[in-house]
Design a protein around this ligand. Structure first.
Ligand SMILES: Cc1ncc(COP(=O)(O)O)c(C=O)c1O
Length: 444
């Protein structure tokens, strides 16, 4: 089916969303507040969610394999989390004082992740990476940071570099050029951000060595997340740990997505101890949340006792009680058995999709780990941003819309995740729907 064919099915099902979108265009630029969820001609408007399902304002029900970009690990409106929020909400929404909820969530996160000696809360993953980078600069007294090509760490200036650059303009694979991810970024950003090649330990270490005297930190996702759920090659992350430790450069693991993979995050599976870690998504139980933390000596830059701290860090809504209560209820529900079940379902989904691609001889593959997956529309082995580029740039959008029309919600680029509200029946529905989309693709 052509893109236009998928779109005309989509339009036919989403009349009320279209009306709301047209109204929204009068007050929001392009009707939009969140670039990542927009697609042409207009996104559907959500009405409600329950468990594995999401309903739009036209009443269409879909299975939600997007999970608000991996943040709804228990599914929509899990009763224990809703109850925890209900209890707190009636006693006040936010206070100019810390609450016990902040303390208990902090204790639980530090207990689960041994590298977290100290932690602080923010309202998003973007703020978490912003503040972790600030802490690294303050602690080391060095100005630069290094990040990987294809990695997304949020919306702030310092990480809006080489997120999804046009490959033709991005220099050589082993020495990528910093490419601003849009307009409005100051030139200082490109000068102070060193861009590294993902999954290439020698080339990355060489670039780090070259910049060592000016580098405050290297920020890296233990598995490249929104950029393709691309697992690290053997030895890649240990090499980063070794070279950064040797030069007093802080290693920041951005576990905003990968914290899903185990109670102690991906770092516990890899056996690597970063200096700082950033968290977000489900740690607030579905409410706006983020956190960053790590070594006590580094986090001491925020310690306000005895005068102004080295780094000041306010935030009207930081560690608000709703987020604290919802986050704690979510973590408590995430027992080792739930993680094991999510892992099994993820493995099942990936193997069933692999069989499907093989049986249909489709030039596509699925990557990921645990409950996370990503559909790639290329026959090349996917090991970094460049090798993950689709052969046909329109294909991910056709797959997204095809699945949407089949009652399956993914992300536009192909990212998906499972929630604890799902079982084998949901995996089978996904595979069957993908099969029907592949049939339509074959008939194009
Ligand atoms: C790895 C990673 N870091 C940071 C962020 C930013 O988080 P937020 O959208 O909560 O600002 C994201 C968002 O998807 C992410 O995937």
């Amino acid at each position: 089916m052509t893109l236009e064919g998928y779109l005309s099915d989509y339009r036919a099902k989403t009349a009320r969303s279209r009306e709301l979108f047209e109204e929204a265009c009068q007050v929001l630029p392009g009707g939009n507040t969140r670039t990542t969820i927009f697609f042409d001609p207009y996104p559907f408007y959500a009405a409600r969610g329950a468990g594995a399902r999401i309903w739009d304002v036209d009443g269409t029900e879909r299975l939600d394999f997007n999970g608000n970009y991996t943040s709804l690990i228990l599914g929509h409106a899990p009763p224990a989390v809703v109850q925890a929020v209900r209890e707190v909400v009636e006693r006040g929404l936010a206070f100019p004082a810390p609450s016990e909820h902040e303390l208990r969530l902090a204790q639980e996160l530090c207990r689960r992740v041994p590298s977290l000696d100290r932690i602080r809360f923010v309202n998003s993953g973007s703020e978490a990476t912003l503040m972790a980078i600030r802490a690294a600069r303050a602690f080391t007294g060095r100005p630069k940071l290094a990040k990987f090509e294809g990695s997304y760490h949020g919306t702030h200036d310092w990480v809006q570099v080489s997120v999804a650059p046009p490959v033709a303009e991005a220099g050589s694979r082993r020495r990528p050029k910093p490419i601003p991810a849009g307009a409005g970024l100051p030139p200082a950003i490109s000068k102070n951000v060193v861009v590294l090649p993902w999954n290439d330990p020698e080339a990355a270490a060489r670039r780090i060595e070259q910049a060592k005297d000016e580098l405050a930190c290297v920020i890296v996702e233990p598995m490249q997340g929104i950029g393709g759920m691309i697992p690290p090659a053997d030895g890649f992350l240990p090499a980063l740990r070794e070279v950064t430790a040797r030069h007093g450069i802080l290693l920041i693991f951005d576990e905003v997505i990968t914290f899903r993979l185990a109670p102690g995050g991906a770092q516990s599976l890899l056996g690597i101890t970063p200096d700082l870690t950033t968290l977000g998504k489900f740690i607030g139980g579905g409410l706006p949340a983020g956190a960053f933390g790590g070594r006590a000596d580094v986090m001491a830059v925020f310690d306000p006792r005895g005068g102004t701290p080295k780094v000041t860090h306010g935030g009207t809504f930081n560690a608000n009680p709703l987020m604290g209560a919802a986050g704690l209820a979510t973590l408590r529900a995430l027992t080792p058995e739930v993680y094991a079940r999510l892992d099994r379902l993820g493995e099942l989904l990936r193997s069933r999709v692999r069989e499907l691609f093989k049986a249909r001889r489709v030039k596509a593959q699925i990557t990921g780990a645990g409950s996370l997956f990503f559909l790639h529309w290329t026959p090349k082995p996917v090991r970094d941003y460049r090798s993950s580029r689709p052969l046909d740039p329109e294909q991910p959008m056709r797959a997204f819309l095809g699945l949407l029309n089949e009652g399956i919600l993914l992300s536009q680029r192909g990212l998906g995740c499972l929630s604890a509200a799902m079982g084998e029946a949901e995996v089978e529905r996904f595979v069957e729907a993908l099969g029907r989309v592949l049939d339509r693709e074959a008939a194009r």
